[in-house]
Write a protein of this length. Structure first.
Length: 497
């Protein structure tokens, strides 16, 4: 039998080799002066050295979540990230390009080295083409402080994709800016280490903005769609449905329009409606948003109207202040298409999982969407060698406050209370030969994080960050952890502008 691992990118590398380059570059960069050369546009380079540890084997929730896979679940005694990018020049008209790369190395008992970002972009007029691995959040949320977009957050390492999009909203001709639209279409690859190997990823969204962006109020409405399709089934699911793993242009068309016969189970579709209002009132900018999640046609018609994400964000954009931003979010993944009138228990839809694509909406051991929905590796009491989703029945309240304590020292306070009830799609073994009903009574959990960050005194390019996290409750083990980081950033313009 084949085993499916969530850590296929690990390499047996000496710890010193992983972080040596980062340490040297950090020490050299802290005292370097910007150099001039010849070539294209401005280049942004970054070198980070970081570490994290805890009183338990696993890090507290908020030390590792929403970090694009930078930290291992069991902590990182020492790690380094080297990155460089050339952003779009911003010149209007003509062809523009951007490129970027980011590599993360972690030194521990199981040292790892992986590419976090590697991409190229072309922009011409209202269209933008992106190819490679690039960080991305899908959904209009307060990204810096949010739990994340329901279906795509900052939690997992980026996936390889080719995508076409608009660079933000594009005005609709003839409306004097009252209407704007933006769109996105992507094709991606899920890779080998899954129950269905080399499955394809389909993603798209479309948004409409009402009222001009300079007005104090703007309204936004969007539809987001994701799908797994194609791929090669392993023994666990082979032969369960004829044609379930078809590929080709015709099947792409069926996936694009979410067409599926009444007797078909695959492909695996999900998405959400995304509604939001932006308000600018004097010194405060506010954003109110609501994402309605769906897994099937019943969800499209709002059967699970209370499942999804609510958010209210308040920001003070006028400069440093003791309180600059406040966020409250409520997340609910409970009903999941259950027919309560017929006596069904919550969780009928198997959110983020599927009877054929059993590895679920995960990548390298982390959930692609909002991180409170967890795979076995992030769920207490479940062997972490299994694929799939182990905890998808979740209700949570989330608060974040951010500001500047004094010049050069900023802070962020994050607190999340969640009640967790397991999943109806727990893999029975590492091969996922069966899916188990592992629902249990709601179990409460507090996850807290205090962060401080700023520039190192006497330097312009060197910054630090420190985080202390606590997990307390009945779901995860009581844990206290610390995360530290030191980052050197540099902007180099070869043309001397």
């Amino acid at each position: 039998m084949t085993r499916y691992t969530t850590t296929r990118y690990k390499k047996d590398l000496p710890a010193g080799l992983i972080v040596w380059v980062g340490l040297c570059a950090l020490l050299m960069g802290a005292s370097a002066r910007p150099a001039q050369g010849q070539g294209g546009g401005p280049i942004q380079s970054e070198v980070s050295v970081f570490g994290a540890g805890a009183s338990t084997e696993a890090l507290p929730f908020w030390l590792g979540a929403n970090q694009f896979g930078q930290f291992g679940r069991s902590g990182t005694p020492l790690g380094a990230r080297l990155a460089a990018r050339r952003p779009f020049s911003g010149a209007k008209g003509g062809l523009d390009y951007a490129v970027g790369v980011g590599v993360v190395g972690r030194a521990s008992a199981n040292s790892t080295l992986h590419v976090q970002e590697l991409y190229g972009q072309l922009r011409y007029g209202p269209l933008q083409l992106t190819a490679g691995w690039k960080k991305q959040v899908i959904g209009r949320v307060d990204t810096a402080r949010s739990l994340g977009g329901i279906t795509r957050s900052e939690n997992a390492t980026p996936l390889p994709k080719v995508r076409v999009s608009t660079p933000g909203y594009v005005p609709v001709p003839g409306t004097n800016g009252f209407l704007g639209v933006k769109g996105y279409l992507a094709h991606g690859w899920m890779g080998e280490g899954r129950v269905v190997r080399n499955a394809f990823l389909h993603e798209k969204y479309g948004y409409l903005r009402l009222l001009p962006p300079e007005w104090p109020v703007t309204l936004h409405a969007g539809l987001i769609h994701h799908a797994f399709w194609g791929g090669t089934p392993t023994e666990a699911v082979a032969g369960q449905e004829a044609g379930a793993f078809r590929d080709g242009l015709r099947q792409f068309g069926r996936v694009f329009f979410a067409l599926r016969g009444s007797d078909e189970v695959g492909p695996d579709h999900m998405g959400n409606y995304d509604f939001s209002v932006d308000v600018s009132a004097g010194p405060v900018a506010a954003q109110v948003y609501r994402q309605f999640f769906f897994e099937d046609k019943a969800g499209l018609w709002f059967r699970n109207v209370w499942d999804g994400l609510w958010g209210v964000s308040l920001r003070r954009p006028g400069g440093p202040a003791l309180v600059e931003a406040v966020l409250y979010e409520h997340f609910r993944f409970i009903r999941q298409n259950a027919k309560y009138a017929e006596g069904q228990r919550a969780g009928s839809d198997r959110n983020f999982s599927h009877s054929l694509y059993r590895s679920g909406w995960t990548h390298r051991g982390r959930t692609l969407g909002l991180p409170l929905v967890t795979p076995p590796a992030g769920t207490p009491g479940v062997p972490d060698g299994r694929p799939g989703i182990a905890n998808s029945l979740v209700v949570a309240h989330h608060v974040a406050v951010e500001g500047t304590a004094w010049p050069g020292l900023s802070y962020r306070l994050t607190g999340t209370y969640s009640e967790n009830s397991g999943s109806t799609s727990l893999c029975s073994d590492p091969e996922c030969t069966d899916l188990l009903d592992d629902r249990f009574s709601r179990t409460g959990q507090w996850s807290l994080l205090v962060e401080v960050f700023g520039r190192v005194p006497g330097t312009d390019q060197l910054s630090y960050d420190l985080g202390v996290a606590v997990d307390t409750g009945d779901f995860r083990k009581e844990s206290v952890g610390v995360r530290v980081g030191l980052t050197w950033r540099r902007l180099q313009d070869p043309l001397g502008r």
